[in-house]
Design a protein around this ligand. Structure first.
Ligand SMILES: [Zn+2]
Length: 707
């Protein structure tokens, strides 16, 4: 070893103690160690093994079996008032703004190819993922017709699909509407691809989970692999008639969703609650999505309950609540039936996909920020804990030291890896129950922990094989430590903690300036407009950081004496940076003392929208408020949403992100111009007309009114 390296190696000996203290200032070393030692990836993995055997479609008996299992564990782990709640669904009852749909039940389903080959293509009894959700009863022998994507009228030109089965790879609900409802096909065979990643299409054996539209009353779909679809296409292209026999015995009728909940009561009934959320539904096996989040939530419950009951951790002031239910739908049902609890919720720990082995499913665990409409300190707490584990795991992976701090799961027969902890912090991303918690009419900031990408999401390959007990143990420690911190934070510790958040705010403001500089130099914008957009980023970045510090003071019901001086420091930093932007703008030829809004001449800019009606965001798992109320034709004419992308395929749809935040920024005070500027700062410049056009559609749908 090189002399310098051996000197470094000597330093390494003292490193683990420094890393081990990195969880401060929120938890002491004994608290962190108690949480770490109690957290078991093996226990979580064993629970996951059970959930992954169930096809967990909400409203189906196997979902209720999963719920029953979780309830039994919740009781065994010492949660109080652990119980199941059932919510009626019938296509008419609403939970908040969200409309329920009928419950889907299946008795049997199979698909056979009769000619030219005779072979089974899918059987509900042995592999339920083969039947798309919300398939209707059918008994047909019919030839197969290839319609390509099947999502455009042109896909059907010159093809007679009436009474036949179409082979189509486009978004299933669109294919159902066109092929079945409009053109009279009896059903669909689909190899609709998985969510797009760099690895998409490489493995042709994957079968994806599919969904028809629960509001449509006809049609069925069987899901096949890309390999099977290619073989069927080759038969058709060679001029063979492919004869299929499809049998489905299913029904749509009133039913229920089941939600499990339980608590660890806090010491102060007026201090509010911290909630843990995760979705219990999804196809079998659904190991990472989302058996992993459910068992990590269960294990967080066990760890916290055990340590609090034994006195190793002091009972926090706030009650800790745990909820397991159908994604988004269970959350909306629970929050709508318990307005009292909804008012009490202060922070959410949301785990949706947290157990993937990064070298198998290519996942990175993301600590996800709340949207800018909901500034919060909760992300910073989670990020600090994630960084604590990440640093220790990296040290261990590199030189084998500090195994305890690295949080491995190699105990009790657990077969966890020694992998590094691939974790980072990202901006807000859509796609799970946190969309509800973070939305403006609920406004409970979420620590959203999510693996992405996951090349096996929503497929039959999302199996136990991809799950790493070490990763589960780390997620449990991260989740339990964050939730305990949120539940315990109070007035006494507000003062010393404020400087931690202020330092993070200053760093983010500086990062915002990098983005602003690029905008100031953006040659696709006129010099004056570029200056406006750049300065707009700084204005909103500053407002966001000051609001984060305020949110912390409100949360801890404190008025830290440092608050005013940190506000001033952030303000001064922003002013300096804005001055630098003015210099850049002047060099590009911009004139005037301040830049002028590009939308200043537009009359809509002064309109002030306000929310009316029930609570909740505008899109849900199986319900889209604008689509329901305005229809598909009107939807296509909404500038922001007119694209052909589907939220099910492209999780990160920029138009959908803008739409979500525009509604969140509506508060009866901000003008349309101000809302435009807020989302422009967050996601990038956007024409005022696109914001105005979207909010007018919301007005037509009866969820917005203009003042
Ligand atoms: Zn999920």
């Amino acid at each position: 070893m090189h002399a310098f390296l051996s000197f470094l190696a000597g330093l390494m000996v003292v490193l683990p103690c420094c890393i081990a203290r990195a969880q401060e200032p929120f938890l002491t070393q004994p608290q962190w160690q108690a949480l770490r030692d109690e957290a078991s990836g093996a226990a979580a993995y064993e629970n996951l093994r059970v959930l992954a055997t169930l096809h967990r479609v909400p409203s189906m008996p196997e979902f209720d079996q999963a719920a029953e299992f979780v309830l039994g564990r919740a009781r065994a782990y010492g949660l109080e008032d652990a119980h199941a709640e059932q919510y009626a669904i019938d296509g008419k009852v609403r939970y908040g703004l969200m409309l329920s749909h009928l419950a889907w039940q299946v008795e049997e389903a199979s698909l056979w190819e009769l000619a030219p080959d005779a072979m089974p293509l899918g059987d509900w009894a042995t592999n339920p993922i083969r039947l798309a959700d919300y398939s209707h009863s059918a008994d047909v022998r019919a030839p197969l017709v290839d319609v390509g994507a099947g999502t455009e009228q042109t896909d059907y030109l010159g093809k007679d699909v009436r009474g036949k089965i179409v082979l189509a790879d486009g978004v299933l609900s669109t294919v159902q509407r066109l092929a079945v409802v409009e053109h009279g096909a009896s059903g669909v065979v689909s190899a609709m691809p998985n969510q797009t990643t760099a690895w998409s299409g490489l493995d042709t054996t994957i079968v994806r989970w599919g969904h028809l539209d629960p509001r449509l009353t006809t049609g069925f779909a069987f899901m096949v692999s890309r390999g099977t679809a290619t073989a069927l296409r080759a038969q058709l292209a060679a001029g063979h008639t492919v004869l299929l026999k499809a049998h489905v015995k299913a029904s749509m009728q009133p039913g229920h969703w089941t939600v499990i909940t339980g608590t660890i009561p806090g010491t102060d009934p007026h201090a509010g609650e911290v909630v843990y959320s995760c979705h219990l539904d999804h196809q079998r096996p659904g190991a990472n999505d989302n058996a992993s989040g459910c068992v990590s939530t269960l294990e967080s419950a066990r760890v916290l309950s055990t340590l609090i009951h034994s006195g190793k951790l002091a009972r926090p002031a706030r009650t800790i609540r745990f909820i397991w239910g159908p994604e988004v739908e269970g959350t909306m049902a629970f929050l709508s039936q318990h307005p009292d609890i909804r008012q009490e919720l202060r922070a959410d720990v949301h785990m949706d996909m947290v157990g993937g082995d990064p070298f198998k499913d290519k996942s990175i665990l993301h600590v996800t920020e709340t949207p800018w409409s909901l500034p919060t300190f909760v992300t910073d707490v989670g990020d600090l804990f994630a960084e604590t584990i990440r640093a220790a795991a990296a040290t261990y992976a590199e030189d084998g030291s500090g195994a305890d701090a690295a949080v491995l799961e190699t105990r009790n027969g657990g077969s966890g890896t020694r992998n590094e902890f691939l974790v980072d912090e990202t901006s807000y991303a859509e796609g799970s129950d946190h969309d509800d918690y973070d939305s403006s009419t609920i406004a409970v900031p979420s620590l959203y922990l999510r693996d992405w990408p996951d090349i096996y999401i929503h497929t039959d390959h999302d199996t136990l094989e991809q799950i790493d007990p070490t990763k589960l143990r780390r997620a449990v420690l991260l989740g339990a430590a964050a939730g305990y911190t949120y539940a315990s934070l109070g007035q006494q510790r507000a003062e010393p903690l404020l400087s931690f958040f202020a330092a993070r705010s200053e760093a983010r403001l500086a990062a915002g300036f990098e983005r602003a500089q690029k905008l100031a130099d953006d040659r696709s914008l006129q010099a004056g407009d570029a200056w406006y957009e750049a300065r707009n980023v700084m204005v909103h970045a500053l407002a966001r950081e000051q609001a984060e510090l305020e949110a912390f003071a409100t949360y801890t019901q404190s008025r830290p004496s440092g608050l005013a001086s940190f506000h001033r420091a952030l303000q001064a930093q922003a002013e300096t940076l804005e001055g630098m932007l003015a210099t850049l703008a002047a060099a590009r030829g911009a004139t005037g003392a301040v830049p002028l809004a590009p939308w200043r001449a537009e009359s809509d800019a002064a309109l002030v929208p306000a929310r009316v009606g029930a609570f909740g965001p505008l899109t849900y798992q199986n319900d889209d408020v604008l689509l329901d109320r305005l229809g598909p034709e009107r939807m296509r004419n909404i500038t922001l949403l007119g694209g052909r992308s589907s939220r099910l395929v492209r999780v990160q749809d920029k138009g959908a992100l803008y739409a979500y935040e525009i509604v969140n920024f509506v508060n009866g005070q901000r003008s349309l111009g101000q809302i435009r500027d807020a989302v422009a700062a967050e996601f990038g410049p956007i024409p005022l007309a696109a914001v105005s056009d979207y909010l007018k559609a919301c007005q037509e749908a009866g969820v917005i009114t203009f003042r």
